[in-house]
Design a protein around this ligand. Structure first.
Ligand code: OOB
Length: 584
């Protein structure tokens, strides 16, 4: 008898570009893909060390100390009960469920519950709003959406009601904590597994080659693309990361960045820590005020940060040290920094100021992750973004015509390997541009390879702004600006920023009839925000121009726009420095 829910898996597979058979065979023979699934991984860890703590959530519990501590056995039991409850509600293999949770213990209960039944989490970020969420739900045909009630002052229940009314597939909105309103409290879902499955029904176990979840691409196109990752490929990246980062059962990993992002999830992140049998501590806020005491109290050994947060932590540590305070960071052994380029100058401060080893990470949700090694010379650690996890990661640095370049020359990074996707989910028209015919992913990053095989990120060819690790696709924001009645044309580019590395600048050409009385920049920002999208995508600056500079073949020259805003910023810095000098 076929399970009707197999239809959902058929939909997933229809949009999935599998690894060619000869590559899959090679990755298996090399021992990279070992036939593990997330469900079996947790089951095995819980059997091996049931009483070890898996998850520490400093909030959400009852009593004087709200900290929740779940052992491996408890996480495993909760995943089973969640899986049974989700199945009883009709969610099954291949179904997509958008998960948008802050760093709370329930994130793991839900995600492992979904893994166990072969349903696919779609990993949204807490900052996403109506535009992104409605798109994820519609595009993936999601049957479920998991949210907090209110987070950071934002009522996710209202957003969920609106999306639910508009998305015919969306049957379940599950709410963690607080009043669920018209939706279902997540706490009502778990069921005793023995009573859940109707007798005689087939419950197909997820297979290692199945798509386990959909991750989001940073994006450079009008709408975000979805990244299908399999159990086999992702677990291999976890195992590799765990080894390179020296993680083991003693590791205590602080999850500071949003848990669903690929970096804190897998590099080596929370899932890598669970793979290694270590302890995951959830940090509700990334500030040093919250994180430092948690590091001290929980004996945190490793954490990962984006460059702006690393800078913030360095400054806080220096300030406290010069005030004679004890930092309490003695247990911290490794600080991973990635998501955006970490300046050499800041990288040099990590060891002396925080007393731990810096590990640079240059990764991407599509796959390839590079790390500096813990025993690399300090010069390599501070001046490069690392080298690939796997001996089977194929890395090419090429010119504009896809011709290989020698080491030391900057070019486009192409990659193929045992944990890099062969295509975005359901996006044949993008896949033609994003992958070479022989399956290399075009990362859009400009890199240089050193003689030691380490990569140095030199820039980007994709039309994206990297705002301190948060990715903004220029085209997506341009489309929002074009919806404004006064806007004739828009071009969004990066501008340098000492803290975030880059911020967004929107160049706008107004329609004739609006030029005499142009809208204020703040009105355009408000308009974009009002369309309901993540706050980090709202342009930081709006500049009005009569026309855009053009390239030789008549396209908008973003290079010239970037140069113009950079020059104008540096001259305004110079003039403000000059005026402050002359007034002092
Ligand atoms: C990580 O993943 P995504 O998918 O949000 O973004 C990937 C892109 C890369 O293609 C590159 O443009 C940029 O982010 N990036 C870096 C970088 N790490 C990522 N650029 C310069 N230096 C770095 N160290 O951001 C991500 C995924 C897994 C681990 C770490 C980061």
């Amino acid at each position: 008898m076929t399970d009707p829910r197999d239809d959902a898996m058929a939909e997933v597979l229809a949009g999935f570009a599998p690894y060619p058979a000869e590559f899959a065979a090679r990755y298996r023979a090399a021992g990279h893909w070992r036939g593990e699934t997330f469900g079996s991984m947790l089951r095995e860890r819980a059997a091996a060390h049931p009483d070890r703590i898996a998850i520490v959530d400093p909030a959400g519990g009852a009593g004087d100390d709200p900290t929740r501590r779940w052992t491996y056995a408890e996480l495993d039991r909760r995943a089973d009960r969640m899986a049974a409850g989700l199945r009883a509600r009709g969610i099954g293999r291949g179904d997509r469920v958008v998960v948008q949770l802050p760093n709370v213990a329930e994130f793991f209960e839900v995600v492992f519950g979904l893994f166990r039944i072969g349903a696919l989490p779609v990993f949204a970020l807490p900052a996403h709003r109506y535009t992104e969420i409605s798109y994820f739900c519609a595009f993936t045909g999601a049957v479920g959406y998991v949210i907090p009630a209110v987070e950071g002052g934002f009522d996710h229940r209202e957003l969920a009601s609106r999306v639910r009314a508009e998305t015919p597939t969306l049957r379940h909105v599950l709410v963690v904590g607080g009043d669920a309103g018209e939706h279902t409290p997540l706490a009502d879902v778990p069921l005793d597994p023995s009573g859940a499955a109707p007798s005689g029904s087939r419950v197909p176990e997820p297979q290692p080659g199945d798509v386990a979840f959909l991750q989001l691409s940073g994006g450079s196109t009008g709408v975000p693309k979805l990244i299908p990752r399999t159990h086999d490929d992702y677990i291999y990246s976890l195992r590799g990361s765990v080894e390179l980062c020296g993680q083991d059962a003693r590791s205590v990993h602080l999850v500071v960045l949003p848990a669903a992002h690929n970096f804190p999830l897998s590099s080596p992140g929370s899932l890598g820590t669970l793979y290694a049998g270590g302890r995951v501590v959830l940090c509700p806020q990334p500030s040093p005020e919250t994180a430092f005491p948690l590091i001290e109290r929980e004996g945190v050994t490793v954490t990962g940060l984006v460059p702006p947060l690393a800078l913030l932590w360095l400054e806080a540590a220096e300030r406290r040290r010069s005030a004679g305070e004890d930092l309490g960071l003695e247990t911290l052994e490794v600080l991973l920094v990635g998501g955006a380029k970490f300046s050499e100058e800041a990288a040099r401060r990590v060891r002396p100021v925080l007393g731990c080893t810096l590990q640079q990470v240059f990764g991407m949700a599509e796959g390839l992750v590079n790390y500096t090694r813990l025993d690399d010379p300090e010069e390599v650690i501070v001046t490069t973004q690392g080298r690939p996890i796997s001996p089977d990661d194929e890395v090419r640095v090429v010119d504009d015509e896809d011709r290989d370049l020698p080491d030391g020359t900057t070019g486009h990074l192409l990659t193929r390997g045992p944990y890099t996707i062969r295509g975005y989910w359901n996006a044949p028209e993008h896949n033609v541009n994003s992958f070479t015919p022989d399956g290399f992913y075009r990362t859009g990053d400009l890199v240089r390879r050193t003689a030691t095989g380490h990569l140095v990120v030199e820039g980007r060819a994709k039309d994206q702004i990297n705002r301190g690790g948060e990715k903004v696709a220029a085209e997506e924001i341009e489309n929002h600006l074009l919806a404004h009645p006064a806007v004739h044309d828009a071009a969004v580019v990066s501008m340098p920023d000492p803290y975030l590395g880059e911020r967004t600048c929107a160049y706008v050409v107004l329609r004739e009839e609006h030029r005499a009385r142009p809208p204020k920049p703040v009105e355009l920002k408000r308009f974009v925000r009002g369309r309901g999208l993540a706050d980090f995508k709202v342009p930081d600056r709006v500049e009005f121009v009569d026309a855009f500079p053009a390239t030789g073949i008549g396209k908008v020259s973003k290079k010239d726009l970037r140069a113009a805003i950079a020059a104008s910023l540096s001259s305004s810095v110079t003039s403000s420095v000059t005026s402050s000098l002359s007034s002092s």
